[in-house]
Every structure is written in C-alpha cells, then in structure tokens.
Ligand binder design. Structure first.
Ligand code: 1PR
Length: 523
C-alpha cells in the first residue's frame, strides 16, 4: 500500500495510474494522520513552490511530513516533491522549504528554452535500488523551470545537462527524489517505479553514456476528437480544418485505442484536441473526460488536452470558470491543457488595456498548476500583403510568393477552429501568452493542415525566435524528411503530426528511425 501525498494542486492521477498499473494500491493522504501511518510515501509535487508550501501548511502536513522523513521509511519525491525537500527556492523568496537536504532551488540560467521540457538522460553518480533493470542510457521526462543545487555531493544520485549540469535526483537512505517524472517516462519510468515499490532491491549502478546528456526533440501524435453524426466520439482529421468528406465527419478510429497504439509506437507525447469544444462545453461532454481517464490508465507519456477551456454559463445559469474546466481535465489525467480560442480573446484584451488583468484563464491556470501545464494552441492563416507597412502586424518576407506575386505575409490568428479571423498575428499572440504565464506554444497552420506539404518553416521560425518557451511545430507533415527539415531549419523543440500517423502512411518508429543519426531523439 502506497500513501500518496496530494495537496490538491495538480495531476496526481498519473502517478496513481502508474502505481496501479504496476499492481500497487494507493491511498491518498487526506489528513495528517495518514502521513504518520504511511509505510511508503510518494510526493508528486506540481505547481509553484510557494503555493505548495502554503497548502502543505494549511493542510497541517508539514510536521508529519518532516517526522516521516526522519523515520527512515521509504519516500519518493517527484519534481516539485523533490524541490520541497530543500531549504528554499528562488521561485518563492522568503518561503522556507522542508530543509531535509541542504541547498537551494534556482531558476535555469540559460539562453535555451525554459521550462526544460522533454526527454533527457540521467548521469548516474551512485548505486541505487531504483536503477535495477535499467541500461543507463534511457531518457526520462522532465518539465521544470527550476532545479536544485545540492550542497552535499554524496547525496547527489543523478545529474543531467541542459546547457549546464544540474542535479536531477538525490538520495539519502530510503529517501529518493527525482526531478524527472517516472510516471510519464514510458517503460524506463515504470521500471524505476517498480523498483521503488519492490523495496529491498539491491543497489545497482548502470553505466552511463559518455559526454553530456541531451534533450531529445519530441515527436507528438495529435488526435482531433469530436462526435460524428451518429454521436460517437471519433478521431477525425481535416484538410485545412475541414473534417467532412462527402458531407460526413471523417472517422479515423477510436481515441483510446489510437492513443495507446501511438504510445506503444514510441510517441513522446499524446495530444487530444476536442475540436468542437468551442461550442460544446467540456463539463457537459463527459465522453471526452472518460476518454482522457481511460487513456491515462494505459498511456505513460505526457497527455495534453485542449478544447473548450474558457468561462461558461450552463443551461441552468451556473457559471463555470476556465480554471474549473482545466481542473476537471487535470483530475481526469491531463498533464497539460491547451487553450485556443480563449487565448486570442485574452491577448486582444491585454493589448487593448495595455496590461494584464490578472484573472485571465492563462494567468489563473498557470498560477495554480504551473506554467508548464498551460499550452497555447494557435490556429493561424497566412495573409499576403504587398508591403510590410500595409498592416499593423508582424509581417514576414516570404520565399513563397502570394497569388498576386506578393512578397510579404502575416499570420492571422483565428478562433472557433478557424471559422473566425481576428486582427492579431501569431507572433504577437505567442509573445503575449508567454508574458501572461503560458509554458508552451502549439503552433498549427491552417494553410498546411492535412496537406502533407511539410511544416510552414517561415511561420515556425518567426514564432520560435519571438519566445523563450518551447514551441511545437504542427500541420503539414507528409514524410520523415519534413520532421528533419523543421528540426534543422528552426529551433522548435517538438513536432506534431496527425494525418500521416492516422492513415498509417508512416509510423512513429519510422520517423524516429529516419531521424536517429541526424537529431537527438528518444528511442
Ligand atoms: O478553441 O480552445 O476550444 O480549442 C479547440 C482546439 O481544437 C484548438 O487547439 C484547435 O487547434 C483545434 N481545432 C479546432 N477545429 C479544428 C479542425 O481541424 N477543424 N483542429 C481543430 C486543429 C490542427 C492540429 C492537427 C495538425 C496536424 N487541428 O491539431 O492535428 O494540423 O495535422 P496534419 O499532421 O494532418 O497536417 P478551443
């Protein structure tokens, strides 16, 4: 029986699912006594350091947690649950941590994208029961903007490189804590968790690859989901966002089965887009939540869900805010939520007022769940202009001339699945959303969607250069060479595709096989 410390801020469902998948049973600690009586405690922290400590204090968890940590019983801290063990964090100055390990939590000081998000290796510095059955060259899933600095080198279990070397796990006796997420790290992560659950495994120290560890470029499978005309929830796929063929919604398969198949084929993440979320309120669209719950029981890589994250008043006059919708998605197993149409409204309001309101969905959700959990999905369309000063937008010089030979274009943001254009460009939207606390950009392109013509390199390069958060290139993948092109011609951290995978024209393993000796990927 594993006791799981939940202070109510995030996706603990993924950890529960992974432990249950391995045959363990989980009791969620609701009272201080549950911590005191625990035999084996897992602490999957999420969100911001300060609000985590406040919530731990408010729940009366701090004293029993400290007592537990002194008791010699097994403990696994994950991500913020590792940072909590240190003295303090730059993220929340003046708020003490649990102080079990001496050291501070620092923000990444790098010119690379922050958060450090994706699959990276670990360099094992000492033997641990956690590593039984691992080869040593596996990649694990990280998502964090802060990392610990540990004063005592003997307690450093692993390090990882992201521009520079940082401590990615610590160990003291039966206490271990990892910055990476074993519950989201596929087979390698499950093995690590299995070792933790099987207390008493002998310590091992697998050999590690030479040289610095490297963050992999991510390959993401995207499932656009909606109800078809028979009211079954199906995976569909549009051509330039038109998902109907001969009048009917294309049906390319079942969401849970396809997600599981892509996980087994090596997808680094799965994204679900509830594409009619702008008109069907998600909390009344229970099948989508059921899909998410079912998928998160069977898929152990990060899950993102988008569609319908906005304030809403239901038919009974009850008001639901975007934070409540996101909370329901997180409770159902999402690791990240993605906001589309509402992000455009939010950015327009920001630009009109010249300041943040503090209560937008982006700000609220990132405050509670952390910026790494907030993705902005942009649906832009290319608009040609004859001269750069014709519009008050971010205009690019293009190598693909327009119908009248135009040499310039801008990318107009749209809402409601491309149905409505707005007077804001994709570069500005990305910048504003980053400013408001978004942690990642999912950059679609209506002109390329479903075409197999390749990613829109000009768009992706312009947005990537404008922000410091990771960018996912999306729309237009038609071959493995298109993935190589987007990774070599832009700084994008991830590439997403739908149609080629759904139609089985190319498997994820084939894409990765092609990329393997050219860019860093997870095998
Ligand atoms: O506006 O917050 O409710 O979110 C709705 C979400 O649904 C947005 O993220 C929006 O991108 C998405 N969406 C809405 N309508 C459609 C549609 O297709 N009619 N899908 C839609 C967007 C784009 C990608 C697609 C890539 C790769 N689909 O998700 O998977 O273009 O496709 P490809 O590899 O086949 O080219 P809100």
């Amino acid at each position: 029986m594993i006791t799981l410390l939940d202070y109510g801020a995030g996706n603990v469902r993924s950890v529960i699912n992974a432990i249950e998948h391995l045959g363990g049973s989980v009791r969620v600690a609701e009272r201080a006594e549950d911590i005191a009586s625990a035999e084996n405690l897992v602490f999957p922290g999420v969100g911001a350091f300060g609000s985590m400590m406040e919530r731990l204090h408010a729940a009366g968890f701090v004293a029993p947690l400290k007592a537990y940590l002194q008791s010699g019983r097994p403990f696994l801290g994950i991500c913020l649950g590792m940072q909590a063990l240190f003295n303090a964090s730059d993220e929340s100055p003046g708020i003490p941590g649990l102080g079990l390990f001496n050291g501070t939590v620092r923000r990444f000081a790098t010119g690379l994208a922050v958060p450090h998000m994706g699959w990276n290796n670990i360099r094992i510095r000492q033997a641990s029961p956690l590593f039984a059955g691992l080869r040593g060259d596996e990649k694990f899933y990280f998502v964090h903007s802060y990392h610990v600095t540990a004063d005592n080198p003997e307690e450093i279990l692993t390090t990882t490189d992201y521009d520079y070397s940082f401590v990615s796990a610590v160990q003291r006796g039966a206490i271990v804590a990892t910055q990476y997420h074993p519950e989201k790290s596929g087979a390698a992560g499950l093995q690590l968790l299995r070792n933790f659950l099987a207390a008493g495994t002998a310590p091992v120290c697998p050999p590690c690859p030479e040289g610095p560890t490297r963050l992999a470029k991510r390959i993401i499978a995207c499932l656009d989901v909606r109800a078809n005309d028979q009211n079954d929830l199906v995976v569909t796929k549009g051509d330039r966002y038109d998902v109907r063929e001969a009048g009917a919604v294309r049906n390319l398969g079942q969401p849970v089965a396809l997600a599981r198949a892509y996980y087994e084929d090596g997808a680094d993440e799965i994204t679900f887009l509830n594409i009619t979320g702008f008109r069907d309120f998600p909390l009344e669209d229970m099948p989508m939540l059921a899909v998410l719950k079912e998928t998160s029981r069977r898929v152990f890589v990060p899950l993102t869900i988008g569609g319908g994250i906005r304030d809403y008043t239901d038919v009974h006059g009850r008001h639901h805010d975007a934070l409540a919708v996101a909370a329901e998605y997180f409770r159902s197993g999402a690791d990240k939520i993605s906001i589309g149409s509402d992000a455009v409204d939010i950015a327009e309001t920001y630009l009109q007022r010249g300041r943040a309101t503090g209560d937008s969905a982006i700000e609220q959700i990132s405050r509670v769940y952390g910026s790494q959990a907030v993705v902005i999905s942009i649906d832009p369309r290319r608009v040609y202009v004859a001269t750069p000063d014709e519009v008050p937008h971010h205009v690019l010089q293009t190598a693909i001339p327009g119908p009248r030979g135009e040499r310039y274009c801008w990318y107009q943001c749209t809402v409601k699945g491309g149905r409505e254009g707005r007077p804001i460009d994709a570069v500005t939207l990305a910048r504003v959303c980053q400013q408001l606390g978004a942690g990642e950009i999912l950059l679609n392109c209506i002109d390329r969607d479903g075409t197999r013509d390749g990613f829109d390199i000009e768009l992706i390069d312009a947005v990537k250069k404008a922000v410091r958060i990771p960018v996912i290139a999306s729309s237009g993948a038609g071959s493995a060479a298109h993935f190589l092109e987007v990774f070599t011609r832009t700084g994008t951290e991830a590439a997403l595709a739908a149609g080629i995978f759904h139609r089985r024209e190319l498997s994820i393993q084939e894409v990765k096989g092609f990329l393997a000796d050219k860019v860093e990927i997870r095998r």
